[in-house]
Write a protein of this length. Structure first.
Length: 107
């Protein structure tokens, strides 16, 4: 019985973690992000040196690569947490069905 309670607590904790992690990626300040992007575009437009524009483009590409790498690592963690959660839920469901069968058969 304590194993079932422990698995339920772990399962609930994983669900809360995944919910909180998903909540952190909501874009609540979309207009602020759009304004920042527009400012950066104006900065590029006002630059007259092609070398400066190239350096900014390379910097932006490096930033994009770093962000994608970070989100990819986070996605792998979330994937394995969901797999673990599914396994725990399947175990709890199987255990619940096994108890129901044994109670109905008088065992």
């Amino acid at each position: 019985m304590t194993l079932i309670k422990f698995l339920q607590i772990i399962s609930f904790g994983l669900m809360l973690y995944l919910l909180a992690d998903s909540f952190m990626h909501f874009d609540f300040a979309a207009s602020k992000n759009n304004a920042l992007t527009n400012m950066q575009k104006m900065e590029v437009d006002s630059t007259h040196s092609i070398d400066t524009v190239k350096e900014k483009a390379k910097s932006y590409l490096d930033t994009i690569r770093r962000v994608h790498k970070k989100y990819s690592a986070k996605s792998v963690i979330n994937f394995w947490l969901i797999v673990g959660l599914i396994i725990i839920q399947l175990f709890l469901l199987k255990n619940k069905n096994f108890k129901r069968v044994t109670e109905n058969n008088g065992l």
